[in-house]
Design a protein around this ligand. Structure first.
Ligand SMILES: [Zn+2]
Length: 474
């Protein structure tokens, strides 16, 4: 029995993702993680007096792509506003964001259960710098490299009712953003962060409770744990006659607890106002159509296509769409040789093991060559064993597989007479095999095929061998 049994959990999210642009959103500084501190800065992103921001069009395009990925309406008119507050990582003392007129409105993402999570908006803004806590003697230093990095903020409606739903949603968001190359979403680098607003509602009640906010959760695991902890905490407060205080709480992964940072009374008034240095952004519908036409098919749509059109099992479709690279590679192979399941097997069994444990990789063979090898195997010009040898050789030399197969004399097929000769030899040398075959052919056929393969260097066509065994051993 948990205090939570009497309550429904209500969760809404704010998700920040850094956009994958070469430069920052309002200046020409590099947008690059991990560089020497304070090397990617200029008067604009550090907010020197008189410096003027210039909007990065690519950042706007990526934000629009994000909106289109999640079914948002792209606003023809949006406005940048200044969100004013002081913090040492924000040298300008304001963040350029969007409030009243965001770039993308509405939208939704469907969970596997069929439940729909509605988006309220996606807007474009800039990131702040980063405080680096060194130690007591040195204190805290500030790195402004991140200041001015383009961010999208996605705001959901309070549609979630469990940590599991939230994590599934975040994984789907990340998958889509990475697939379309909108954002890297490297959570360990802060490339995707999530604020969780959580309240409890008495079962059967329609009225929402008081909510708390937990900011900047940057792993799926901490999101999960923070939600579970906070729901229990609020339930206990309510069940024991207390009141939940509207406050911002900080989740501490190490202790597995959250603690209060500031309450609503201390909350700031950001005094938003339109940034006088930036014009409103006007996006004609033709521009939206152009951006849409440049987008690739999203992973969930590709999975559907692989299952319905190519007849692949769900498992295959899942692995093949796990990254944009693998999915594009697979599709190109299929364009070269239309045998999706066979290609899928080669990728999943023989190629992925060559690159396993590498986070970012390219397969060591191009799509056309792989398709060429699979085709030779399927057309029985070579068998799978030889095909694998050929794969190694193509990887080693980079040569065309057909040319190599000819050079290596792999295409020489073993004639029926040669196979029959071997079978007769076996029969005369090993009388028992012939007897065994008559009694229970299925028990010895593998042994006989193995014998022929061994004596032909694996070049015989096994289907052919079986056919001849049936004839010869009758
Ligand atoms: Zn700059």
């Amino acid at each position: 029995m948990s205090y939570l049994d009497n309550y429904d959990i209500v969760i809404g999210l704010e998700i920040h993702a850094e956009l994958h642009t070469k430069t920052k959103v309002f200046c020409a500084c590099k947008n690059q993680f991990g560089d020497e501190p304070n090397t990617n800065t200029c008067p604009v992103c550090t907010g020197m007096p008189g410096a003027l921001p210039v909007l990065n069009k690519h950042a706007v395009e990526l934000a629009i792509k994000a909106g289109l990925s999640f079914g948002c309406d792209i606003s023809p008119y949006s406005v940048f506003e200044r969100k004013n507050y002081f913090y040492p990582d924000l040298s300008k003392a304001y963040q350029i964001s969007q409030l009243v007129y965001p770039l993308c409105i509405g939208g939704k993402i469907e969970l596997d259960s069929g439940k729909t999570i509605r988006l309220n908006r996606i807007h474009l803004e800039e990131d702040a710098g980063k405080l680096v806590h060194i130690n007591k003697a040195v204190g805290t230093l500030v790195d402004y490299n991140r200041g001015g990095t383009p961010l999208i903020e996605m705001v959901t409606e309070p549609d979630f009712s469990s940590a599991d739903e939230v994590v599934e949603f975040l994984k789907k968001v990340r998958e889509s953003l990475v697939f379309e190359d909108i954002a890297n979403c490297k959570m360990e680098e802060g490339g995707m962060r999530c604020d969780v607003n959580l309240s409890l509602k008495k079962k059967g009640d329609s009225e929402y409770g008081i909510r708390t906010e937990m900011k900047n959760l940057n792993s799926f695991k901490s999101v999960q744990r923070a939600i579970e902890y906070e729901a229990e905490r609020q339930a206990e407060v309510l069940a024991t006659g207390g009141h939940v205080v509207q406050e911002t709480r900080k989740w501490d992964d190490a202790s597995g607890q959250s603690y209060a940072m500031r309450s609503k009374e201390q909350a700031q008034d950001y005094r938003y106002f339109p940034d006088p240095d930036l014009l409103p952004v006007e996006i004609p519908s033709e521009e939206v159509a152009r951006i849409k036409s440049e987008m690739v098919m999203l992973p969930q749509d590709r999975r559907k296509r692989y299952i319905e059109e190519f007849g692949l099992p769900e498992y295959d479709a899942g692995i093949l769409t796990s990254t944009r690279y693998i999915s594009d590679y697979f599709e190109k192979c299929v364009e070269n040789f239309n045998a999706p399941k066979k290609i899928s097997n080669w990728i999943m069994v023989d190629l992925l093991k060559l690159v396993k444990e590498q986070e970012e990789f390219e397969f060591p063979i191009d799509e056309k060559s792989l398709a060429g090898i699979v085709k030779m195997v399927e057309e029985k010009v070579i068998n799978k064993t030889v095909g694998l040898q050929l794969l190694d050789k193509v990887i080693e030399t980079g040569k065309d597989p057909l040319v190599l197969a000819k050079e290596m004399n792999l295409l020489v097929t073993i004639s029926d007479d040669e196979i029959l000769g071997l079978l007769r030899k076996l029969k005369s040398e090993n009388v028992k095999v012939a007897e065994d075959y008559k009694n229970a052919p299925e028990k010895v056929v593998g042994f006989i095929v193995g014998y022929v393969m061994k004596n032909t260097g694996g070049k015989a066509n096994s289907a052919k061998v079986r056919e001849l065994i049936a004839k010869e051993f009758q």
